[in-house]
Write a protein that binds this ligand. Sequence first.
Ligand SMILES: N[C@@H](CCC(=O)N[C@@H](CS)C(=O)NCC(=O)O)C(=O)O
Length: 227
Amino acid sequence: MEHQQHDEIKQITLYDVASGLKPQASSPSTWRARYILNYKRLPYKTVYVSYPDIDALWIRLGLSPMDQGPNRPKTFLPVISVPSEDGGPPSVIADSINIAIFLDAEYPDTPRVLPPNTRALQIAFAQNVVISTLAPAIFPFILPRMPATLDPRGAEYYKSTREKWFNIQLDEYYPRSPEAFQAQLDKIHGALDWMVLLQQWRRKMNGSWDPLALRLQILVSARCSFG
Ligand SMILES: N[C@@H](CCC(=O)N[C@@H](CS)C(=O)NCC(=O)O)C(=O)O
């Protein structure tokens, strides 16, 4: 019993976006953190937070808003809280890439998520491929469908923020004509070509890297998603 209590105290908390789905976990951003925790086999519990409550969570956890560039939230999930070994305050980490860096350093006996010396590549990839190319290509397919997957307060928040940020009406954003649909698909193919290139490069440079770690690396690199 005592042992159990000890384990509970040590457990990491993953803060995830609340949804109306079962199971609730659906945000690609928070899935990156979940993949990392699962890959390292670290025990954690999940706390679901509705979009409009994320600001208050950040204040409660003592986090300062982070500038992610224009039209992107300054407070967001995933966040993890990792209890300290010595009874001090927990380490609270936001942003999937920071979570990967922190957990690789904090738990060196678990499989590494980020290959050494690849930070520059990952930032270039995230900025130029995922944020600038892939995200705008998939947004018209994803964004209009998001509110239906969320809890009612989250849905309202999501619709109003995205309509403001991207200057769109969510209901009219889906590419309905065959031409518009095909044009969007072509954009996605362009971004996927980059992913193939990255994988070929990796094979040449370091064929021995665990393929699952590579997938995680790409997911973590893909810092921007539908947020
Ligand atoms: N760079 C962040 C992006 C996180 C992000 O944008 N998360 C979205 C959920 S998919 C969010 O919490 N958005 C809050 C909001 O829209 O106010 C990461 O990789 O962790």
